[in-house]
Design a protein. Structure first.
Length: 249
């Protein structure tokens, strides 16, 4: 904020006004110095003007971003909501859809994970789509590959169980650790370790990454709720409020 204030003040105090009835463009250097000094003095006496200007600017930028995000969602709707691969949970016939782009190594994703689950249980009328979006290094990719392998090989119910386990994992997703998770849910760990290296699994992850690029997603978690693209963690109560608002539209 200080940087913005400084930049705004500098812009105003170095401003040369366009030609007008007062012919400011024809000012001499000394007249411009006087004009700038007067502007600076006014701003120093009335700093709230800068805050008001910045608030208006931020509101305009937020409105522009919302319009841009809405266009991005419309242009990529099929890949977002109907890719035929991503996990679908909650209420598949819900009147509001939440899409989450997530990474198992992301601390804010881990924080959001139980809150999203609580929201789905509490509301009961939300369709939930989960996009594997590993962007935090090799361990992120390994965990995502394993999860996608489970989804493709063993179905959505087992996937959700493994998804929860991977979110709770604190160590590295080694072959031994992943096999231990698989064994805990009665899955074939060896087969899954082979499956996770397949082109089919990598194609799912590549498609999610490409979609994320088109949507200008650079961090996790990122949520789509209704027609809003929300970058970053939001508390459960805020998420419920956005769901409620989307439900009214």
């Amino acid at each position: 904020m200080k940087r913005i204030l400084l930049a705004t003040a500098l812009a105003i105090t170095t401003f040369t006004a366009p030609a007008s009835a007062t012919d400011l463009m024809d000012m001499t250097d000394s007249e411009r110095d006087v004009f700038r000094a007067e502007v600076r003095a006014y701003l120093m006496e009335n700093p709230e003007v800068l805050l008001e200007a910045i608030n208006v600017l931020e509101q305009r930028q937020a409105a522009e971003e919302a319009v841009n995000d809405s266009t991005l969602l419309q242009n990529n709707a099929e890949e977002i909501f109907n890719d035929g691969v991503s996990y679908v949970g909650g209420n598949p016939d819900g009147d509001v859809t939440i899409v989450e782009f997530s990474d198992y190594r992301c601390p804010y994703c881990k924080r959001a994970h139980p809150e999203v689950a609580q929201l789905l249980e509490k509301d009961g009328n939300i369709k939930f789509i989960y996009k594997e979006f590993p962007i935090l290094g090799p361990d992120s990719l390994t965990a995502a590959q394993f999860a996608v392998a489970v989804l493709l090989q063993d179905g959505p119910e087992k996937y959700r169980a493994v998804n929860n386990a991977l979110m709770e994992m604190r160590g590295e997703p080694s072959d031994a650790a992943l096999t231990h998770i698989a064994d805990g849910f009665g899955l074939d760990g060896t087969a899954l370790l082979d499956k996770m290296k397949s082109d089919e699994v990598m194609q799912v992850i590549k498609a999610n990454r490409a979609l994320g690029q088109r949507l200008k997603i650079s961090g996790t978690p990122t949520f789509i709720i209704g027609d809003q693209l929300i970058r970053g963690y939001i508390p459960q109560d805020n998420m419920q409020a956005i769901v409620d608002e989307a439900r009214k539209e």
